[in-house]
Design a protein around this ligand. Sequence first.
Ligand code: AMP
Ligand code: MG
Length: 428
Amino acid sequence: MSTALPSYDEAAALVAHHVAGLARLQPSIQSVKLAAGAGRILALPLRADQDLPPFARSTRDGFACRAMEASKQAPLKLVGATRAGDAPAGPLSKHAAWEIMTGAPVPAGADAVMMIEHVRIDHATVGGAQVSLLPPRKLKPGDNVVERGAQARSGDELLPAGTAIHSAQIALAAACGYSTLEVFARPRVAILTTGDELVPIKSTPAPGQIRNSNAPMLASMVAAAGGDPWVLSTAADNAQALDRALARAAEADLLILSGGVSAGKFDLVEPALARAGARFHFTGVRIQPGKPLVFGDLPVRGARAIQSERSTTCFFGLPGNPVSSAVTFLLFAAPVLAALAGSCVTGPRFALARLSAETDKHGKPGLTRFLPAFCTFGQIAGARPEVKLVCWHGSGDIAALARSNCFLVVPEDTSSLQAGAIVRILLT
Ligand code: AMP
Ligand code: MG
């Protein structure tokens, strides 16, 4: 164990400190069609263009009335009807009720709606139909009605800048008349994989070679975290190739390198970063997998130094093993990327779950472990999410990674966890 390395908490705090600094810099703003807004970050607050709902709305099919009158269970004369889409009607006369459909405006004078299932309708009365609330039911003012402006008043800020846009935010924007959204430009994230053994996906690897699986994995993780992935050609394990690739990659807003950061003879990424002027914040973290992770920044040079608000570009050197790359990206790179994207929520996301079987005792002491696991979320009402480890063969096991949907966190002072324990999981 290398005690000089920061613990997970220390490294996370360091990254969080940088995240806070980046969050103060506003990315540029662009306009997108509402339908293309999913996955983007709102650059300007979303405001209500009118009261929401714009009229007092019935939430049920039934009869609008005065709650006090209806609660006496006396017959109320039916004096009108409103369907969804009709203009607000009324006023409702005394001792009367008004037929109303879900989503229709409640007539002036009415303060509640009796559900159709809860009334007796008498069609046979002279002078028109009457309805009465069935005993023992009572009605309170406001029952089955959403008041005009209950959700928001015209001009209210509904969502702040920095909100991630998903389907619910798109629905709200549509309700407020937004056909386009102002969003932050996606940060450009260079993905530079390194390694002499790597071949492109379409190639059949020769003996000793493997396909480059990290490039597409990291590209999809970057996209999911709000970035625009820029996959560079793989760099070979030699100084010239790395220097050339780094010079290009440094044009990005964030640089993700994979491979070449361990202690091996051909792990040449750190020296190449140093030659490019890197400042290292840490070169290793007490975690497993992912211990050789490198975090730092490079000076912004040339024309970009004049255009850009930033004088440095963050980089992460992820260990090349796929599980290590995935874990370290989620824990450390994704929060930096979220901040660069202008998001007001930056991960990582942890949750609690119940462990279904005891973990092994072979973990190295002093390292926080993040083990591929599968969590089943609340199938039984009131039950906690249940997590179990996925059988895996070390940090190169892509098959295990693909069968997992989270990582079980084993604290650094814990060698194994008992079945039934409440544990932390890192959500993917
Ligand atoms: P490294 O971090 O370069 O020492 O690589 C550690 C392990 O990860 C080695 O077994 C590599 O072959 C593997 N590896 C490195 N880069 C990639 C990649 N882009 N895709 C899949 N495996 C990789
Ligand atoms: Mg390598």
